[in-house]
Write a protein that binds this ligand. Structure first.
Ligand SMILES: [Zn+2]
Length: 171
């Protein structure tokens, strides 16, 4: 099932979570209590090994135990979201190299939090019929939001997620 994140990786993930909250609050003009009203927890595969997760993703968003594209109804005021970050896949892609992992975590957290904000604002359908369309929209928004953020190697990570066949690792 492993390998799993080491303490250093988890610390970077924590920093990326805090930074992505800030970036999204600014970009979407969220109220200061937004994240209190829309709490989410971040887990890694070490904690969530039994979860049934989709293939080929780096992180997965759940709400009340459902996949993000199913069983949503109505406007949400309070709900609990869970983001599961998949240690083995992230470690494989970044080779666990800190200069790449930090922007990589920032990218995936920003992407998942944009999904969350769109659900909470009801900007996407209650039940997502076309999950690919929503994915595309969130992908574009993620890039737009991160464009102004200046952290090392973030441009490399954005290129990577745009499907450019680039080498993400430093060596
Ligand atoms: Zn997504």
């Amino acid at each position: 099932m492993g390998p799993f994140f080491q303490p250093l990786h988890l610390e970077m993930l924590g920093n990326a979570v805090a930074l992505s909250e800030e970036i999204i609050s600014d970009s979407f003009g969220l109220t200061t209590d937004y994240w209190l009203k829309n709490p989410f927890e971040v887990k890694t595969l070490r904690d969530e090994a039994q979860e049934d997760l989709p293939k080929g993703v780096y992180a997965h968003l759940k709400k009340y135990g459902n996949n993000w594209w199913e069983k949503f109804c109505g406007r949400d005021t309070r709900c609990l979201y869970k983001i599961i970050v998949l240690d083995p896949r992230v470690l494989e892609t970044t080779r666990g190299e800190p200069p790449v992992m930090m922007p990589f975590f920032l990218y995936i957290m920003t992407h998942e939090l944009i999904h969350m904000v769109r659900f909470a604002r009801f900007e996407c359908a209650a039940t997502i019929k076309d999950k690919t369309e929503e994915e595309k929209r969130v992908h574009l928004l993620t890039e737009k939001v991160l464009e102004k953020v200046k952290i090392p190697n973030l441009d490399l990570v954005i290129d990577f997620f745009n499907g450019k066949k680039i080498k993400l690792c430093m060596n």
